[in-house]
Design a protein around this ligand. Structure first.
Ligand SMILES: NC(=O)C1=CN([C@@H]2O[C@H](COP(=O)(O)OP(=O)(O)OC[C@H]3O[C@@H](n4cnc5c(N)ncnc54)[C@H](O)[C@@H]3O)[C@@H](O)[C@H]2O)C=CC1
Ligand SMILES: O=C(O)[C@H]1O[C@H](OP(=O)(O)OP(=O)(O)OC[C@H]2O[C@@H](n3ccc(=O)[nH]c3=O)[C@H](O)[C@@H]2O)[C@H](O)[C@@H](O)[C@@H]1O
Length: 433
């Protein structure tokens, strides 16, 4: 099939590459000329394991190209995906500006029957707005489909190529057939494509993210209580997850959830509720817990250092919002580092890949260490903020020798408290005493 993808960010680039890899002819479009120029030069603007190789392979075999010319890409396409950003607006709901602009541009470029697919995360009812925006500017026949995306950054290819499920919202039999054909190479189990109406598809996406965020905040609340009553949340997590009705995924307490989606999508769902006259109290509490959690490490540090951090130097391991990505959007490290700087401390941070993105947030207000141990020289304490694998088994003796004091604030519970104490560290994790 001939496909155009509008918006070449995390989702558009991954979807476009995976569709090309299953034999389709794909053009990824973006308004950001620099991004398209660098993709055409073989450089991938984001860090996502395995993506660069797959892009190169499909570009070399001429199934995948990149362009700023939306009309030229949309004209001959049978399926056009909208994968532009839907950031948070000032009132907390999703800003649909980019989606509706893209829809109008697509409408003007249509040449024959086309399936226009909304892949961006959008509030219930947006498919109708997209349909209107297109219908206003064209007489060509088209259908609008809602096809939310569930991939996770750092496992994006795996998630896209082997999805737990594909959700397709449409009332058109013709569009349903084409979408089924397009996704057939990625679905191997019995029922992984769920066909439904557009509103239910749009809602499914928000409900999924809100449920996952709820699990995390729930565990962060359990962790806070564990600390108060002298339990260890890591034992509790294991005991909970073994119940098949609960399951293990997304039960890790930590420094709060970040990233480009959970924070904005929980807010957007609360806003949708409010617009419909419904206060979603549970989700508001999920957000409140997350805000508290992002501040937790700095509170622990203040308590440990007797109320003042002024003049102290801290090492930070991990800047990205999660491991194996360079994405800093809503990363908990921002709140932790701003909190430390705000209290007059100095910060030396190391992240295996996110330094360049982090510079956009912190500039020269912190120092960047190119190796983990460099962040520890003369440090009053280490903050573990992102659980990169390379931080799991460091040389603890070397760390002690480098640090001014052997103190670790472990925001991801990657170390064993008893062993850390044996090794002579003061260890402060999340939800364990
Ligand atoms: N990042 C993720 O892991 C996931 C994101 N989503 C959703 O997918 C959507 C896209 O997210 P990301 O890929 O992270 O966004 P992104 O910000 O990385 O990329 C969006 C791209 O769209 C481009 N764009 C905006 N207007 C355009 C137009 N009119 N024509 C062409 N290009 C245009 C921007 O220049 C940008 O490069 C959002 O709604 C997000 O909530 C869904 C699942 C996973
Ligand atoms: O809509 C989206 O954009 C995507 O949002 C999340 O994916 P992502 O944000 O890439 O990353 P996650 O692995 O979900 O992690 C999000 C945040 O939660 C935190 N987290 C995750 C799991 C956990 O147990 N505990 C925890 O604190 C992570 O550290 C991270 O800060 C969802 O997992 C995807 O299914 C969804 O498609």
């Amino acid at each position: 099939m001939r496909i155009a993808i509008i918006g070449t960010g995390y989702v558009g680039l991954v979807a476009g590459t995976c569709f090309a890899d299953s034999g389709n002819d794909v053009t990824c479009v973006d308004i950001d000329e620099r991004k398209i120029r660098s993709l055409n030069a073989g450089e991938v603007p984001i860090y996502e394991p395995g993506l660069e190789e797959l892009i190169r392979k499909n570009a070399r075999e001429r199934r995948l190209s990149f362009s700023t010319d939306l009309a030229a890409a949309v004209g001959p396409a049978q399926v056009v995906f909208i994968a532009v950003g839907t950031p948070e607006s000032e009132s907390g709901d999703a800003d649909l500006r980019y989606v509706l602009e893209a829809a109008a541009q697509i409408g003007r470029a249509l040449r024959q029957y086309t399936v226009v697919v909304d892949k961006s995360t959008v509030p219930v009812g947006t498919a109708d707005k997209v349909r209107e925006a297109i219908a206003q500017v064209t007489k060509v026949e088209f259908d609008v489909v809602s096809n939310p995306e569930f991939l996770k950054e750092n496992a994006a290819l795996e998630d896209f190529l082997k999805p737990d499920r594909v959700v397709i919202g449409t009332s058109s039999e013709r569009a349903r057939r084409m979408m089924g054909e397009l996704y057939a190479p990625f679905v191997r189990t019995e029922n992984p494509i769920f066909y439904m109406d557009t509103r239910s598809a749009e809602m499914t996406k928000y409900a999924a993210n809100a449920m996952l965020a709820t699990r995390i905040s729930f565990m962060n609340d359990v962790a806070a209580l564990c600390e108060k009553v002298g339990a260890d949340v890591d034992f509790v997590r294991k005991g909970l997850g073994a119940d098949r009705r609960i399951g293990y995924p997304f039960l890790f307490p930590g420094v709060g959830y970040g990233g480009s989606c959970f924070p904005k999508d929980v807010k957007a769902l609360v806003a949708t509720g409010r617009e419909s006259g419904l206060e979603l109290d549970l989700l508001r509490a999920v957000e409140r817990t997350n805000e508290r959690q992002k501040k937790l490490l700095v509170h622990k540090a203040l308590k440990h250092f007797g109320g003042s951090l002024a003049g102290r130097t801290f090492g930070v391991w991990g800047l990205a919002f999660k491991p194996k990505t360079d994405d800093m959007r809503e990363a908990p490290s921002i709140e932790v580092i701003e909190g430390l700087l705000g209290k007059g401390a100095q910060v030396v941070a190391h992240d295996p890949v996110a330094e360049r993105s982090a510079r956009r947030y912190f500039g020269d207000r912190i120092r960047y260490a190119s190796l983990p141990y460099e962040a520890l020289e003369g440090a009053d304490a280490l903050f573990v903020v992102t659980e990169w694998n390379e931080f799991r088994h460091p040389d603890f003796e070397r760390m002690k020798a480098l640090m001014k004091a052997p103190v670790i604030f472990d925001g991801r519970n990657i170390y064993d408290p008893a062993r850390m104490r044996e090794l002579g560290f003061t260890y402060l994790g999340i939800g364990r005493s």
